[in-house]
Design a protein around this ligand. Sequence first.
Ligand code: TYC
Length: 118
Amino acid sequence: MLRFRPRLAASENDSDADTLAPHGNVAVKTRTQTKKPSMYKVFLLNDDYTPMDFVVQVLEAFFNKTREDAMRIMLEVHQSGIGLCGVYSFEVAETKVTQVMAAARQAQHPLQCTMEKE
Ligand code: TYC
């Protein structure tokens, strides 16, 4: 025997934020998805061995920096120990880190690249 007859609720749509919409005998909470995706900072770290020109090339190739910006960021890393390369969505940031680490490993340089939630 069917005890609870399901009914379609007129108010149950995705434009009603935080409403209790009747759904059969169960209250179903619906919420519009409006959360912005988190952003992630990607950094280069200094070391004593990676050639400056290699770091400049990495910044141009993977972070789309001009020669001037790449030089400025490389020198910032060289002098302070760390430098910001850019801010991206999780997937893009993760790809940048993977690309830099692969290029450094391929060239046998100890260059390190990290990401951190903004
Ligand atoms: N410190 C390195 C050198 O003197 C240059 C360097 C710059 C290395 C930036 C890594 O992320 C880095 N050759």
